[in-house]
Design a protein around this ligand. Sequence first.
Ligand code: GAL
Length: 592
Amino acid sequence: MRSSPGFCAALAAYSVVGTAVGQNFTASVTLSLEDYWSLYVGPIEQASINTTVEATPVPTESLIPPPGLYYPPFPTGHEAPLQAKNESWAFPKDFKFGVSSAAYQVEGAAKDEGKGPSIWDVLSHRVPGYITTNETGDIANNQYYLYKQAVTHENKTARKFESLWASEVIVEYRNFKKDIARIAAMGVKVYSFSISWARIFPFGSGQVNEQGLAHYQDVIDTCLEYGVEPAITLFHWDLPLALQNSYGGLLSPKFIPDFLEYARTIFTRFGDKVDHFITFNEPTVVCGFYPLPEGYFKASNIPKQQQPYYCGQNLLIAHSQAYHLAKSLNLTAQITLKLNGGYKIPLTNSTADLEAVQRAWDWNEGLWAKPIFLDGDYPTSVKSYVSKFLPELTAEQKAALNGSADLFAHDAYTSHFYSAPDTGTDACVANSSHPLFPKCVNETWAYPAASGGWALGPAADPLVPWLHKATEWVPALMRYIQDTWKPRGGILVTEFGFAEPFEAQKTLLPDILLDQQRSAYFKGFMEGLLIAIAEGTNVVGALAWSLIDNLEWTSGNSVKFGLQYVNYTTQERYYKASFFHFADVFKKYHEQ
Ligand code: GAL
């Protein structure tokens, strides 16, 4: 195969396994990074802007707030009616008020500057329908190049938006990109983003790609220059493909040393500038990916039903070791991982449903939180299942797990009701063919028929059926986390957000930008946190999902979570009304 001179330093010795007519063969070949891309992913789209451009200021006109939430606008617009401030509520002075994103969802530049392919490059390019819209993250928001830059003047004036709102004025004052400046201009204090592992190690391990490190160095420095604290997630699902291909990724304990080497590189390079490192994003979700679609990655001989738990145990061990590594390197940053889930409400007050609620906590958050925050080991109901096949955690591993997070980071979008399976919990637990096995709980967002069958709260976009505004339950969720897992550094809400119904179908800019339901969600959520804090829960910050519309994994761009709209033709960003409402609650209640 061809060897590209640009990548001659990054070569992977790789075993190809295949079947010739009537016989199996195995051969070792050496692939350049370019060949690796061609073989496993294929052609990659390129954005028209593919160098980093320098910054210009956010125009003040684009900071004009929207009309008030629940009132018609004053004819001249933008006059938010006064709402009485609740004097017993306050966000503490050092509250982490922020926004978040993740590499694969926003960066684009999929193959640039020495990046290797990740499993998401394969899932989007090679697994038809895996992303329902058949989109890819090849270009996404092109944040890899646009993190600090505005659109050029030529672009600004040459282009008009929809005919209805084509006035030069609108075009002039709203069409700016530069993500970090726009974060700062809204008074946001923290930007939580993830690093793409395959930019740092194109093959997951081995040779470091200095260009990737230099990129994130500049992103971090740009954040600091704008007074925005960077909070970094090491792994937000975009596993380097080579690690999946060579040993099955998170299913193998070989993942652990590779993750540690990656963590060491990031901690060593950026540890002096970053106050929060998150090792893993949402283990329940990423390990829930396993088994990955068949036929695109090396097959695993671990039974499908058990794969999430192999993944989970390797992830737990990798997390705990990365935590201790950071401490041994004398990092002052807080280290944790992001769990996810809402408050768990019993569907009825039957004993069976109360037990189902406990199982739901144990199998969702407890699986990670109990070993990390309480005692190094799984909850009893989880352990009685996983001990049938997983190697038992050693005393040393348990000791390393216990206490391996400085604060509780939680993605807390919504809440749900839980009930026991119709067949009863015991019958489910004893039957591995039961559709709810092994968790054995029912989950719903609707009250039972006897209570009227109402939805728990207003629904998000129909393509995000799990999400309803349930912000009334936020104080209970915060209280439960604090009382159960007693995190020493408090609770950082690392993601919360809302997909405005049908937003992707709207075509007129002013209609897109006035996202009233998302505004109500953010206002309600922030007030829920204020109540939690007033009641004595140590909530230390809130990072909204998301800074910007982005590639919503398997839903592509068909649903929108952004506090800013992105015109994907021009890559211009526009603040939505919800960004102002989110920021307003913070401003009103932030202790100076
Ligand atoms: C989270 C995930 C984010 C984002 C969000 C909205 O689970 O970490 O990457 O996709 O959900 O669905």
